[in-house]
Design a protein around this ligand. Structure first.
Ligand SMILES: [Fe+2]
Ligand SMILES: [Fe+2]
Length: 170
Protein backbone atom coordinates (compact mmCIF):
# COMPACT_ATOMS: atom_id res chain seq x y z
CA UNK A 1 0.00 0.00 0.00
CA UNK A 2 1.54 3.34 -1.00
CA UNK A 3 0.16 5.18 2.02
CA UNK A 4 0.79 4.31 5.65
CA UNK A 5 -1.78 2.86 8.03
CA UNK A 6 -1.69 6.12 9.98
CA UNK A 7 -2.42 8.13 6.84
CA UNK A 8 -5.18 5.72 5.87
CA UNK A 9 -6.78 6.16 9.31
CA UNK A 10 -6.41 9.92 9.06
CA UNK A 11 -8.12 10.09 5.68
CA UNK A 12 -10.89 7.76 6.83
CA UNK A 13 -11.42 10.08 9.79
CA UNK A 14 -11.48 13.11 7.49
CA UNK A 15 -14.25 11.47 5.45
CA UNK A 16 -16.29 11.35 8.66
CA UNK A 17 -15.32 14.97 9.42
CA UNK A 18 -16.53 16.14 6.00
CA UNK A 19 -19.78 14.20 6.33
CA UNK A 20 -20.23 15.76 9.76
CA UNK A 21 -19.74 19.19 8.16
CA UNK A 22 -22.27 18.27 5.51
CA UNK A 23 -24.82 17.38 8.19
CA UNK A 24 -23.97 20.49 10.23
CA UNK A 25 -24.81 22.59 7.15
CA UNK A 26 -28.09 20.70 6.70
CA UNK A 27 -29.03 21.60 10.28
CA UNK A 28 -28.16 25.26 9.65
CA UNK A 29 -30.17 25.23 6.41
CA UNK A 30 -33.14 23.84 8.31
CA UNK A 31 -32.86 26.57 10.92
CA UNK A 32 -32.63 29.30 8.25
CA UNK A 33 -35.71 27.92 6.51
CA UNK A 34 -37.60 27.86 9.82
CA UNK A 35 -36.81 31.58 10.16
CA UNK A 36 -38.20 32.26 6.68
CA UNK A 37 -34.73 32.90 5.30
CA UNK A 38 -34.94 30.92 2.09
CA UNK A 39 -31.84 32.33 0.43
CA UNK A 40 -29.66 31.56 3.44
CA UNK A 41 -31.27 28.11 3.61
CA UNK A 42 -30.35 27.52 -0.04
CA UNK A 43 -26.82 28.77 0.59
CA UNK A 44 -26.31 26.23 3.38
CA UNK A 45 -27.89 23.40 1.41
CA UNK A 46 -25.37 24.15 -1.29
CA UNK A 47 -22.56 24.11 1.31
CA UNK A 48 -23.84 20.77 2.58
CA UNK A 49 -23.69 19.26 -0.91
CA UNK A 50 -20.17 20.62 -1.32
CA UNK A 51 -18.99 18.95 1.89
CA UNK A 52 -20.29 15.65 0.61
CA UNK A 53 -18.18 16.06 -2.54
CA UNK A 54 -15.16 16.63 -0.27
CA UNK A 55 -15.89 13.32 1.46
CA UNK A 56 -16.18 11.64 -1.95
CA UNK A 57 -12.85 13.08 -3.10
CA UNK A 58 -11.17 11.58 -0.03
CA UNK A 59 -12.96 8.27 -0.54
CA UNK A 60 -11.81 8.03 -4.16
CA UNK A 61 -8.25 8.82 -3.16
CA UNK A 62 -8.21 5.96 -0.65
CA UNK A 63 -9.55 3.59 -3.29
CA UNK A 64 -7.13 4.88 -5.93
CA UNK A 65 -4.11 4.16 -3.75
CA UNK A 66 -5.45 0.76 -2.75
CA UNK A 67 -6.02 1.68 0.89
CA UNK A 68 -9.04 0.42 2.77
CA UNK A 69 -12.11 2.43 3.38
CA UNK A 70 -13.71 2.42 6.81
CA UNK A 71 -16.55 4.82 7.51
CA UNK A 72 -16.89 5.65 11.19
CA UNK A 73 -19.85 7.04 13.13
CA UNK A 74 -20.85 10.59 12.32
CA UNK A 75 -21.59 12.64 15.46
CA UNK A 76 -24.78 14.66 15.72
CA UNK A 77 -24.32 18.29 14.66
CA UNK A 78 -25.72 21.33 16.46
CA UNK A 79 -29.43 21.45 15.65
CA UNK A 80 -30.64 24.34 17.80
CA UNK A 81 -29.64 27.96 17.35
CA UNK A 82 -30.61 31.05 19.31
CA UNK A 83 -30.15 33.45 16.43
CA UNK A 84 -29.17 33.72 12.78
CA UNK A 85 -25.85 35.16 13.90
CA UNK A 86 -25.16 32.15 16.10
CA UNK A 87 -25.93 29.78 13.23
CA UNK A 88 -23.71 31.68 10.78
CA UNK A 89 -20.95 31.83 13.40
CA UNK A 90 -21.19 28.07 13.95
CA UNK A 91 -20.51 27.57 10.23
CA UNK A 92 -17.34 29.65 10.48
CA UNK A 93 -16.28 27.75 13.61
CA UNK A 94 -16.79 24.45 11.80
CA UNK A 95 -14.70 25.61 8.83
CA UNK A 96 -11.92 26.62 11.20
CA UNK A 97 -11.98 23.16 12.77
CA UNK A 98 -11.82 21.54 9.32
CA UNK A 99 -8.88 23.77 8.38
CA UNK A 100 -6.99 22.49 11.42
CA UNK A 101 -7.89 18.90 10.53
CA UNK A 102 -6.65 19.35 6.95
CA UNK A 103 -3.46 21.03 8.15
CA UNK A 104 -2.83 18.15 10.57
CA UNK A 105 -3.24 15.64 7.74
CA UNK A 106 -0.91 17.68 5.55
CA UNK A 107 1.61 17.79 8.40
CA UNK A 108 1.48 14.00 8.68
CA UNK A 109 1.96 13.59 4.93
CA UNK A 110 5.04 15.82 5.06
CA UNK A 111 6.46 13.99 8.08
CA UNK A 112 6.05 10.68 6.26
CA UNK A 113 7.49 12.06 3.01
CA UNK A 114 4.23 10.93 1.41
CA UNK A 115 4.36 13.43 -1.42
CA UNK A 116 1.49 11.89 -3.39
CA UNK A 117 -0.77 12.63 -0.44
CA UNK A 118 0.79 16.08 0.00
CA UNK A 119 -0.12 16.83 -3.61
CA UNK A 120 -3.63 15.42 -3.18
CA UNK A 121 -4.26 17.39 0.03
CA UNK A 122 -3.10 20.68 -1.47
CA UNK A 123 -6.54 21.08 -3.09
CA UNK A 124 -8.15 20.88 0.37
CA UNK A 125 -5.72 23.43 1.79
CA UNK A 126 -6.67 25.88 -0.98
CA UNK A 127 -10.36 25.07 -0.64
CA UNK A 128 -10.27 25.91 3.08
CA UNK A 129 -8.95 29.40 2.31
CA UNK A 130 -12.06 29.95 0.18
CA UNK A 131 -14.38 28.37 2.73
CA UNK A 132 -13.08 30.51 5.60
CA UNK A 133 -13.31 33.61 3.46
CA UNK A 134 -16.94 32.92 2.43
CA UNK A 135 -18.00 32.02 5.97
CA UNK A 136 -16.37 35.05 7.58
CA UNK A 137 -17.71 37.47 4.98
CA UNK A 138 -21.20 36.16 5.59
CA UNK A 139 -20.79 36.53 9.36
CA UNK A 140 -19.55 40.09 8.89
CA UNK A 141 -22.57 40.87 6.71
CA UNK A 142 -25.01 39.37 9.22
CA UNK A 143 -23.47 41.42 12.04
CA UNK A 144 -23.55 44.56 9.91
CA UNK A 145 -27.23 44.10 9.04
CA UNK A 146 -28.36 43.08 12.54
CA UNK A 147 -31.42 40.93 13.16
CA UNK A 148 -33.84 43.73 12.19
CA UNK A 149 -32.42 43.96 8.70
CA UNK A 150 -31.45 40.36 8.10
CA UNK A 151 -33.40 40.40 4.83
CA UNK A 152 -30.72 42.74 3.46
CA UNK A 153 -28.29 39.83 3.80
CA UNK A 154 -30.58 37.72 1.66
CA UNK A 155 -30.80 40.50 -0.93
CA UNK A 156 -27.03 40.78 -1.02
CA UNK A 157 -26.59 37.03 -1.43
CA UNK A 158 -29.05 37.06 -4.32
CA UNK A 159 -27.26 39.97 -6.00
CA UNK A 160 -23.67 38.91 -5.57
CA UNK A 161 -24.28 35.31 -6.40
CA UNK A 162 -22.38 34.10 -3.36
CA UNK A 163 -25.46 32.04 -2.70
CA UNK A 164 -27.55 30.15 -5.19
CA UNK A 165 -31.05 31.33 -5.94
CA UNK A 166 -33.51 30.21 -3.34
CA UNK A 167 -35.23 27.87 -5.74
CA UNK A 168 -32.05 26.12 -6.83
CA UNK A 169 -31.61 22.52 -5.81
CA UNK A 170 -28.11 21.59 -4.64
FE1 LIG B 1 -14.99 20.39 3.37
FE1 LIG C 1 -16.26 23.47 4.01
Amino acid sequence: MPISKKMQDGINQQIVNELFSSNAYLAIAGYMDSQGLKVLAAHYLEQSAEERTHAMKLLHYLLDVGASLSIGAIPEPQNKFKSVEEAVKSALDQEEIVTTQINDLMGLAHTQKDYATVSFLQWFVDEQVEEISTASELLQLVRLAGSERILLVEDRLMKTGTAPLATKEP
